[in-house]
Design a binder for this molecule. Structure first.
Ligand SMILES: *Cc1c(COP(=O)(O)O)cnc(C)c1O
Length: 484
């Protein structure tokens, strides 16, 4: 299989090389031209397979590697025997993606991506990974790259928005050990950090410094195709469990509701659909940063608007990078059209799609958003009705999922553990947080009758190892000592 670029369809690159490059030279994102197909018979058989087997099957459609071993290693770091258990909560199903080492769904991809990268690295080559994070990617990437085979050949730098992540998320990142690791706070929001990262990729001076130091550049963000492919697996897994539980029979259409920021997770669902999974509607859930709700309902994408810091910080994003991949598909893989629209976005902070594309969007997607007050109400309501505690991101999805419920089965994607946002969750449940992350987690454990995850207690003795803070314009300067 070969991939191409959203901004130049003359590009043809192997999936492993694409993982290593991160982003295409002209700024486009790597995408498949044909989607490998999974037959409904195979989907039906998945009902008897483990997550590991399904993950290997999906990876194997894209990568010519020993995917059994990769999937096995990735799954071994998850604490639930199902890896991503599917639960019935009220009228909806909830797919829990937070049983990995960092308690957020990013682990599902970032326990795989480093393994793909270490396979892609040729002898004598070294790679520098740049990562912008809205809170969860940073730690998941640091964690994923900490235990790959050739970690001596990999350096990783993470940029997070100063003041824009939860206390827990920050502590997870700044306590990361290892000499091949750098963590930098940027005085801006996630979009600033991600744009800064993309600018570093395009900066020829910086590129030369990196090459002179013996490294090539790559990214652990979901602009990297190696992040998206592993995420396709859990949509097939969720479907397989619905069959197993008798909620559907193979072939029945279902809906998924996805809490969305950079559009990576929901794009993986779209890719699953293109590969043959019977998905009817993809329901895109946003917080007060509702740029995607507007786009999917009006066809106008406008990033020039107020930015809100919310209680679901991993979705505080106004420039959703992976939307570019969807646009590429909806325009029939027309890279010229993508170049034009992305140019509009960069220069006018806005682009608009035509009527035919708008129709396609409404056929594929529903969209909605919840502000923080509504999100808290959902957390409280679901707890009162069912005893189940949602984290704020998953609560946004649950609420939007309820609003868009059809007579089909609806699976809400739960992206983070409530323990990661214990203080906000306690507030939503009418309790007073203590001001201490760990005491809050104990309190939450009593209320939710679930054990405090190991990843929480491990942080108790953590020391702060990274305290660099830089201006948006200084990201390059802040990174140079680490590169050299
Ligand atoms: C990253 C993240 C999201 C958003 O996912 P995208 O792939 O960026 O759309 C939602 N919830 C949580 C908890 C996350 O960490």
């Amino acid at each position: 299989m070969l991939l191409t670029s959203t901004r130049d369809t003359n590009v043809a690159i192997s999936p492993l090389d694409a993982v290593l490059s991160g982003i295409s030279a002209e700024g486009g994102l790597f995408v498949p031209t044909d989607f490998p197909q999974i037959s409904i018979e195979e989907v039906a058989e998945f009902a008897n397979s483990s997550y590991e087997r399904i993950c290997s099957a999906i990876l194997g459609r894209f990568f010519d590697l020993d995917t059994d071993e990769i999937a096995k290693k990735a799954c071994s770091s998850f604490t639930d025997s199902e890896v991503t258990p599917l639960k019935k909560v009220g009228d909806l199903y909830v797919l829990e993606l937070f049983h990995g080492p960092t308690l957020a769904f990013k682990d599902l991809a970032l326990q795989v991506l480093p393994q793909l990268m270490s396979n892609a690295l040729k002898e004598n080559s070294k790679v520098l990974i740049l990562t912008a994070t809205s809170g969860d990617t940073g730690k998941a990437a640091l964690c994923g790259f900490a235990n790959v085979r050739c970690r001596g050949k990999i350096k990783i730098a993470v940029f997070y928005p100063d003041g824009g992540v939860s206390d827990f998320q920050k502590l997870q990142m700044v306590s990361q050990q290892g000499e091949n690791v750098e963590v930098i706070a940027v005085k801006g929001n996630f979009d600033d950090a991600q744009t800064g990262e993309k600018n570093l990729f395009a900066d020829t001076d910086f590129g030369k410094t990196v090459r002179d130091a013996g490294f090539s550049l790559s990214s652990a963000n979901s602009i990297n195709i190696g992040r998206l492919v592993p995420q396709i697996a859990y949509y097939f897994f969720a479907y397989s469990r619905l069959i197993k539980d008798g909620a559907i029979t193979a072939g029945d259409a279902v809906d998924f509701t996805v809490p969305t920021g950079n559009f990576g997770n929901i794009l993986a669902a779209y890719y699953a659909k293109r590969m043959g999974l019977p998905i009817e509607k993809l329901i895109c859930a946003s917080n007060a940063n509702n740029v995607l709700t507007d786009f999917l309902t009006t066809g106008v994408y406008c990033s020039s608007r107020d930015f809100h810091l919310t209680m679901s910080p991993s979705m505080d994003i106004l420039i959703s990078s992976n939307l570019e991949r969807l646009i590429f598909e909806l325009y029939g893989q027309n890279s010229e059209k993508v170049v034009e629209l992305m140019h509009d976005l960069k220069t006018k902070k806005r682009f608009e799609v035509g009527e035919t594309i708008r129709e396609k969007l409404t056929e594929l997607f529903c969209a909605g958003f919840l502000d923080d007050t509504e999100t808290k109400a959902v957390i409280a309501e679901v707890f009162t009705k069912t005893g189940y505690v949602l984290d704020p991101h998953s609560a946004v999805a649950y609420g939007v999922g309820e609003l868009n419920k059809s007579d089909r089965v609806n699976v809400v994607i739960s992206t983070a553990s409530p323990y990661k946002f214990a203080a906000d969750v306690l507030c939503a449940l009418g309790k007073m947080p203590t001001g201490n992350v760990f005491a809050d987690c104990e309190m939450l454990s009593e209320i939710s009758k679930t054990p405090v995850p190991k990843a929480v207690s491990e942080l108790k003795n953590a020391t702060v190892l990274h305290d660099t803070v830089c201006e948006i314009s200084e990201m390059k300067a802040a990174l140079l000592p680490f590169v050299r």
